[in-house]
Design a binder for this molecule. Structure first.
Ligand code: UT7
Length: 326
């Protein structure tokens, strides 16, 4: 009998302030029509001045712990996916640990930009399967608004803030349960550093000494996103020997509705089996998948026992996917 990882609870947090496309029309030369047509975004949440990534991560984590019905002293690892930590160091994960009173344990951030939550979840799953931890708090949290050049219309209309979290717990796995068993079934991670200049910041601690602003060659990134996501969902199907119609829900990273539709098409999945939040959340980078997952769990769409495919692509390039039975 082996060990497997179960998603035992989800939680999320969105800042109060909503920035609409109409608001952006007053800030840069853009239009509601262009933003909706090219990206699918209508509005997004923006953190308050002084509200940090860890502030949002802590609330999302608390909600996930409540949903999982676990207390702080049961957690024995914390992994936060973020590109926008409060400070260069220490990690957001140690802020979370301190605020929630979690006992001494490994606590660290992973940085894979929009794929960050896939990297964090895969790492947490490996921690559990190797016996290094039994209850892991996995968080995706971003204050993308803090690295946006608000005069750059090619990026400021896309990105936004928020946090999502899951509690991943160890359970005994029966040898014969296979695809029908609850928990993380397979994880898939990739990177291609040759794409590092197509989506990046203009600064950083060891080059300019400041955080810089996000820049993106949107069209190029779009092409790679469609290609890599199509490849990786194909790999998930092949590895697990499943047909797309066995998947109950696609929970994609929310970067662009056209990228989401293209992945759904590749999987031959109708859009009513795809969790879409981009219209209201924008692109919250590492937070987008756990935010979407939590929304669909709480509104009753995603039910226990259903098969969920999560996937993301982002700066680096990095991309990843996780197949789990919820
Ligand atoms: O999450 C991490 C991964 N990120 C992504 O996956 C994002 C991938 N890329 C995209 O989603 C899309 O490429 C964008 C939404 C960023 C842009 O859509 P696009 O259809 O690729 O547009 P484009 O960049 O080719 O721009 C088309 C035109 C350009 O004008 P010209 O050169 O044709 O005259 C832009 O200057 O639209 C112009 N434009 C805008 N117009 C109004 C660019 N930004 C804006 C804007 N409002 N905000």
């Amino acid at each position: 009998m082996g060990v497997k990882s179960i998603i035992s609870g989800t939680g999320s947090y969105l800042p109060e302030k909503i920035l609409t496309n109409a608001d952006l029309e007053k800030m840069v030369d853009t239009s509601d029509e262009w933003i909706i047509q090219r990206s699918g975004i209508k509005e997004r949440h923006i953190a308050a001045d002084g509200q940090t990534t860890s502030d949002m991560a802590i609330i999302a984590a608390r909600r996930a712990m409540e949903a999982a019905n676990i207390s702080a002293d049961q957690i024995n690892a914390i992994i936060v996916a973020t590109t926008t930590p409060d400070k260069t160091f220490p990690a957001v994960a140690v802020h979370v640990q301190s605020a929630l009173g979690i006992p001494h344990c490994p606590a660290f951030d992973v940085q894979a930009v929009c794929s960050g939550f896939m990297y964090a979840l895969a790492t947490a799953d490996a921690y559990i399967k190797s016996g290094m931890a039994s209850t892991v708090l996995v968080i995706g949290a971003e204050k993308m608004s803090s690295i946006i050049d608000w005069s750059d219309r090619t990026t400021c209309v896309l990105f936004a803030d928020g946090a999502g979290a899951v509690v991943l717990e160890a359970r005994d796995a029966k040898d014969d349960e296979g695809l029908e068993g609850q928990g993380v079934l397979s994880t898939h991670l990739y990177a291609n550093g040759d794409g590092k200049d197509l989506l990046c910041t203009t600064g950083g601690p060891s080059c300019t000494g400041d955080v810089g602003f996000l820049t993106m060659q949107g069209k190029e990134v779009f092409k790679f996103a469609v290609k890599y996501l199509s490849e990786i969902v194909g790999e998930v199907l092949a590895k697990n020997r499943i047909h797309p119609d066995q998947i109950d829900w696609l929970v994609p990273h929310q970067a662009n509705i056209r990228i989401i539709e293209s992945t759904a098409k590749k999987l031959d999945m109708p859009m009513d089996k795809v969790v879409v939040t981009i219209d209201r959340h924008g692109n919250t980078s590492a937070a987008s998948i756990p935010l979407a997952l939590d929304e669909a769990v709480r509104d009753g769409r995603i039910k226990r026992g259903q098969l969920v495919l999560m996937e993301a692509m982002g700066g680096g390039f990095t991309w990843g996917a996780v197949l789990a039975r919820f």
